[in-house]
Each structure stands twice: as structure tokens, then as C-alpha cells.
Design a protein around this ligand. Structure first.
Ligand SMILES: O=C1O[C@H](COP(=O)(O)O)[C@@H](O)[C@H](O)[C@H]1O
Length: 233
């Protein structure tokens, strides 16, 4: 297990540029080592912060990026809840990432088939890995300690075989989603949580310091050999 690094920023004005630097420095390193950069994106508050910060960079070359989704809501891409839809309008449409480098779900499928289809897409994108190994996963954490679409006390926390799982009883709407499982998250080369807002401070303390009772989903993110970073303000 690699060491965890926790960085506290006074505000999102400082956290944002550090996040952009993390992404571009990991991209540079990955492309130099294996010719492409594989990035897993979360939704929620991360979308606008990441998009704004990456677009503010003087130069951004995404031509060798392969982007997947740590979780995705099963809604059409033009629905305001669609994580892909939000990134498309705020980021992908403004940078040079090829369409073939964006691994979207098929939102017209029923949730179980959608998860199977996304599993196949990841397998095709990572033909040499038994389990997809992303260069960088950017995760959020909800005020209940959830991450991806892995919620407290949910049976999906125990999933060990699937790389992508369906969920149809998400306590946070929309109810139907697909999510990377903990084995994929914990196989990444680097996992970075981005957490902003005082409302999450109490739960963050419990995630970082542990608590009595079952660990929160976010606390179960412990990359086997990769790095774990927490960026929060
Ligand atoms: O529903 C979701 O929530 C989490 C946390 O979102 P935030 O708005 O509290 O940052 C997010 O990471 C996940 O991708 C999303 O589907």
C-alpha cells in the first residue's frame, strides 16, 4: 500500500490550479512512459472546477488522452444529470481530445446491460490489463462519504469480481447508475480525491482518521501500489 498525501488549501482559488497541475503533470509522465494518458473522471462538483482550471492553462494537449468515467448516471446525454453531457459542454468540446478517446456509457441500455457494455469498453481500452489500470482517477466524495456511485452500507462495496457494476437503488438521484468498483479504483496508478466545502469537513475527518463501525466508501479507497492524494479546501 502506497502512502497517502493530504493537501489542504485555503480555498478553491488555490486548489483549482493545483488540480490542473496534477492532471497535466501526470499526463506528461504517462505519455512519456507508455504513449497515452488514461484518466477517470467523476461527476458532481468536480466537473465545473476541473473544466475551468484546465481551460485556463496556456497550453493543453489532450490528443493522447483516454478518458473514462468513475461513475455515470443512466440518463440521456442531454440531461443535466449526465456527467458525460456536462463534460462535453464544459470541456471536451473545447479541447483536442479525440472522440475515440472518450469512453462513454450507452445510455439507451437497461442498467445491467449498460454496466456490461461499459465493462467491455474498458476491456477494449486496456487490452493488456486483467483489470484496467488508470494513470489517474479523480474522485469526489459526497457528504455521506460515498465516492463513485459506491454508497455507505451498499452491497456493491463488497464487489470483488466486476470492474463496472450497475446500481439501481442509488440513494442520491438519479437512482440508476453504473460505477467502477473498488478493485478498479484501487488498481489505479494514482487516485486523487478532490473535496471542497465546509459541509464535508466532519465526514472527511472520519474518512481520514477512521471511525467506529464500517468504513465509509471513500475510506475504502486504498490503492494497492498507486498513490493516494487528498486535495481539499
Ligand atoms: O453523485 C455523485 O456524487 C459524487 C460527489 O459529488 P459532489 O458534488 O459532492 O462533489 C461524485 O464524485 C460522483 O461522481 C457523482 O456521480
Amino acid at each position: 500500500m502506497a502512502a497517502r498525501r493530504v493537501v489542504v488549501f485555503p480555498s478553491s482559488a488555490e486548489l483549482g490550479p493545483a488540480l490542473a497541475h496534477l492532471v497535466t503533470s501526470r499526463a506528461e509522465k504517462a505519455i512519456a512512459s507508455h504513449g497515452r494518458f488514461t484518466l477517470g473522471l467523476s461527476g458532481g462538483s468536480l466537473v465545473s472546477m476541473l473544466s475551468k482550471e484546465l481551460l485556463a492553462l496556456p497550453q493543453l494537449d489532450c490528443s493522447k488522452w483516454v478518458v473514462g468515467f468513475c461513475d455515470e448516471r443512466l440518463v440521456s446525454f442531454d440531461d443535466p444529470e449526465s456527467t458525460y453531457g456536462l463534460y462535453k459542454s464544459q470541456l471536451f468540446s473545447r479541447v483536442n481530445i479525440p472522440d475515440s478517446g472518450i469512453l462513454t456509457i450507452n445510455s439507451s441500455l437497461p442498467v445491467n446491460e449498460c454496466a456490461e457494455d461499459y465493462t467491455c469498453k474498458l476491456k477494449e481500452a486496456f487490452p493488456d490489463d486483467d483489470i484496467p489500470v488508470f494513470d489517474l482517477l479523480l474522485l469526489g466524495m459526497g457528504p455521506d462519504g460515498h465516492t463513485c456511485s459506491l454508497f455507505p452500507d451498499h452491497p456493491l462495496l463488497k464487489e470483488t469480481k466486476k470492474t463496472v457494476a450497475p446500481i439501481s437503488d442509488s440513494p442520491k438521484p438519479p437512482a440508476q447508475r453504473v460505477t467502477m468498483t473498488l478493485p478498479v479504483v484501487n488498481a489505479a496508478r494514482c487516485v486523487a480525491f478532490v473535496s471542497t466545502g465546509g459541509s464535508k469537513a466532519a465526514i472527511l475527518k472520519e474518512v481520514l482518521e477512521g471511525r467506529e463501525g464500517p468504513a465509509f466508501p471513500a475510506a475504502r479507497v486504498v490503492p494497492a501500489t498507486g498513490e493516494l492524494l487528498w486535495l481539499f479546501c
